[in-house]
Design a protein around this ligand. Structure first.
Ligand SMILES: [Zn+2]
Length: 227
């Protein structure tokens, strides 16, 4: 058992190092585009054995295979706007863990994320509406304190998740978009663990390592987040 545990951890760490090395190559303009040839394609016909699962944003500027300079069969990716989580996302990640035995799950946020920018603007609008409707500033302050209930009741799943991240970041007196992005990655990881027993069990058995990261568009570099 101990051997399996340490092996899984070693594999996850080695995978993450390899991905970060790939990202350095990509950022420096020295991408190798590995495992994208005909031979690899043929080799993978009978099955896949990816090392890592990545949950990231659908943003066209953030494809995990490209920014980590990986190839066919390397990464099991799930992408939604603002890496929003729903049942399909969870089922896909659980498949990667239970059937494909990935030892690493990376949640990747990014700079200038449209989902977070939209959520930020909508929050401002909600606050303005509250201030305009309130009888006095005390009533407005009370209503703004309960804004998280309004966010949780939003029709938009992106607003319920990304909006709540921005709200919580603002409540913690964080002001810049970079911090909203970091908080959103942390909350996404928390939500995944909360909602998925498969993930909880894999973490408890030390079969899985979870990492949070944030991609910077200009430099092309992935910032490793620690929480
Ligand atoms: Zn995004």
């Amino acid at each position: 058992m101990a051997l399996t545990d340490s092996l899984a951890e070693t594999t996850a760490n080695a995978t993450w190092s390899r991905m970060l090395q790939g990202n350095s190559r990509f950022a420096e303009g020295k991408a190798e585009h590995p495992w994208q040839d005909k031979e690899t394609r043929h080799m993978l016909v009978d099955g896949q054995k990816p090392d890592a699962a990545v949950l990231s944003c659908s943003d066209s500027r953030v494809p995990p295979e490209i920014i980590f300079d990986q190839g066919l069969g390397d990464l099991f990716t799930v992408r939604t706007a603002g890496q929003t989580i729903d049942d399909a996302v969870i089922a896909s990640l659980e498949y990667a863990i239970t059937k494909l035995h990935v030892s690493l799950l990376c949640v990747l946020g990014h700079a200038r994320c449209g989902a977070l920018e939209t959520a930020d603007r909508q929050l401002d609008e909600m606050m303005r509406a509250i201030t305009n409707d309130a009888d006095d500033s005390l009533a407005a302050a009370d209503a703004i304190e309960d804004l998280d209930e309004q966010i949780a009741a939003s029709d938009s799943i992106v607003m319920r998740q990304a909006g709540m991240s921005v709200w919580q970041a603002r409540e913690a007196e964080l002001e810049c978009a970079e911090d909203f992005e970091r908080v959103h990655v942390a909350r996404t990881i928390e939500t995944l663990v909360e909602r998925s027993e498969v993930i909880q069990q894999a973490l408890a058995d030390e079969r899985l390592m979870m990492v949070g990261a944030r991609y910077e568009l200009e430099s092309g570099r992935v910032e490793v987040l620690s929480f």
